[in-house]
Design a protein around this ligand. Structure first.
Ligand code: NAD
Length: 450
């Protein structure tokens, strides 16, 4: 099939490259000239494990352009995968989405090519209806079918999540379902496996297609993210309770996670969720609820727990060090999770601001995101290319992102280079079995286990 993907961020590139890898002819469109230029030169503008290898294999089926006219030509399917960031009131900013919709409709009004216009961006319930209204206003509803196909991929695992999704949700009419089923047919097939890439996860037999109305598809995306955010805030509250009653949240999580009704994922206590999705999507769902007069109390608590959770490690630092003025603090990790270079809504940013406002000298390290972070942090922050330079003479270290290289840090080494070997683990990620007596260790909800 001929496919156009509008937006070359994490979702657009994962979608475009995967579909090209499966044999479709894909053109990716973006308004960011530098991104398109970099992609044309064979360079991915994002860091995402495995995506570069897939990109190389799919290259002959991929084109990149800033022109809607060139990019949309004769496309059977057009995906919209542009950003829908939060406005200051929590609502979704749909400027980028409707700008892309309008450009697309302008092209289709002139060329009247039969196509399916598929929204992959996370957008409020009713957005597809608004797109349909625009299609009808342009009198092209006989050729253009609108569908919602929310994306559930997770950064750091986009290759796996795109080639082997746990479900494909299609909101739309029979024509949309038929066309998208054909497009995704290699992925849906039970036998599809990409030997060069990660193998098919054993628990996934085929991929279920769930066809629903567009409003249910749109709400399902928010519901999924809100539920995962709820699990994180729940276990963080349990962790805070563990600190007070002398229990260990990792053990509590292991026990409850064995219950298949609960499940073990997203029960890692720590400094809370961040990134470009959970924070904005929970706020957007809260805004949607408030707008129609529904008080979504549980969701409000999830958001408020997460807002305060990130500062818990600063409290722990203060408990150990007293005032932070003049103290050298090493911050390990800036991205909102490992496996990505994304620092959008990363807890590291407010944590660093809080350290600075307490007068601490902040030395940060991250294996991939130092350059991106420079633009979001004050110039008083010290950016260290070498982890050792961040740790030398530090009065305390904060683990913010559980990058694999941090998990291998040796206790003897820490104790030899730091002024005070105090390690606060914001992700409960370190194996501290051999740390006793060498490092002062505090986790979140496991502080009694030093
Ligand atoms: P992103 O910010 O990484 O990329 C968006 C891209 O869209 C940018 O390159 C931008 O230049 C481009 N763009 C903006 N306006 C445009 C226009 N009018 N025409 C063409 N290109 C335009 O965003 P992302 O992380 O890929 O997310 C895209 C959407 O998918 C969002 O709605 C997000 O909520 C949703 N989503 C994201 C993830 C994720 O993990 N990142 C997962 C699921 C869903």
């Amino acid at each position: 099939m001929k496919v156009a993907v509008v937006g070359t961020g994490y979702v657009g590139l994962a979608t475009g490259i995967s579909l090209a890898y499966l044999g479709h002819k894909v053109t990716c469109i973006d308004i960011a000239v530098d991104k398109i230029e970099s992609l044309r030169q064979g360079k991915l503008p994002i860091f995402e494990p495995g995506l570069e290898e897939l990109f190389l294999k799919a290259k002959q089926n991929l084109h990149f352009t800033t022109s809607f006219t060139q990019g949309l030509e004769q496309s059977n399917v057009i995906f919209l995968a542009v950003g829908t960031p939060a406005n200051s009131d929590g609502s979704s900013n749909l400027t980028y989405l409707f700008s892309a919709v309008d450009e697309t409709i302008a092209y289709l009004s002139y060329h009247k090519w039969p196509t399916v216009l598929v929204n992959k961006s996370t957008a409020p319930v009713g957005t597809s209806d608004l797109i349909v209204e625009r299609v009808e206003a342009a009198c092209i509803q006989h050729v253009v079918t609108v569908a919602s196909n929310p994306e559930f991929l997770s950064q750091g695992k986009v290759v796996n999540d795109t080639l082997y999704p746990e479900r494909i949700v299609i909101g739309g009419d029979d024509r949309a379902i038929r066309v998208l089923q054909e497009l995704y047919s290699p992925i849906i097939s039970q036998s599809f496996a990409s030997p060069e890439q990660t193998p098919r996860p054993k628990h996934l037999k085929g991929v279920p297609i769930i066809s629903v109305d567009t409003r249910s598809a749109e709400l399902a995306k928010y519901a999924a993210n809100a539920f995962l955010a709820m699990k994180i805030s729940f276990i963080n509250e349990i962790a805070n309770l563990c600190d007070l009653v002398g229990a260990d949240v990792t053990k509590v999580a292991a026990v409850i996670g064995k219950d298949s009704r609960i499940g073990s994922s997203f029960l890692q206590a720590g400094i809370g969720y961040g990134g470009s999705c959970f924070p904005k999507d929970t706020l957007a769902l809260q805004f949607i609820s408030n707008t129609i007069g529904y008080d979504f109390k549980l969701l409000s608590s999830v958001i408020s727990v997460n807002n305060s959770q990130k500062f818990i490690i600063i409290e722990k630092l203060r408990e150990e060090l007293g005032p932070l003025y003049g103290k050298k603090i090493a911050v390990l990790g800036l991205t909102f999770k490992p496996g990505t270079d994304d620092i959008r809504e990363a807890p590291s940013i407010p944590i660093i601001h809080s350290l600075l406002s307490g007068g601490a000298e902040v030395y940060v390290h991250d294996p991939v995101a130092l350059d991106k972070a420079r633009a979001s942090l004050p110039s008083t922050v010290h950016f260290m290319n070498q982890l050792s330079d961040a740790l030398i003479d530090a009065d305390g270290a904060l683990l913010i992102t559980e990058w694999p290289e941090y998990l291998e840090i040796d206790a003897e080494y820490l104790s030899s280079v730091m002024r005070r070997p105090l390690f606060i683990d914001g992700r409960n990620a370190m194996d501290t079995s051999s740390w006793r007596g060498i490092i002062e260790y505090r986790g979140v909800g496991i502080s009694n286990n030093e």
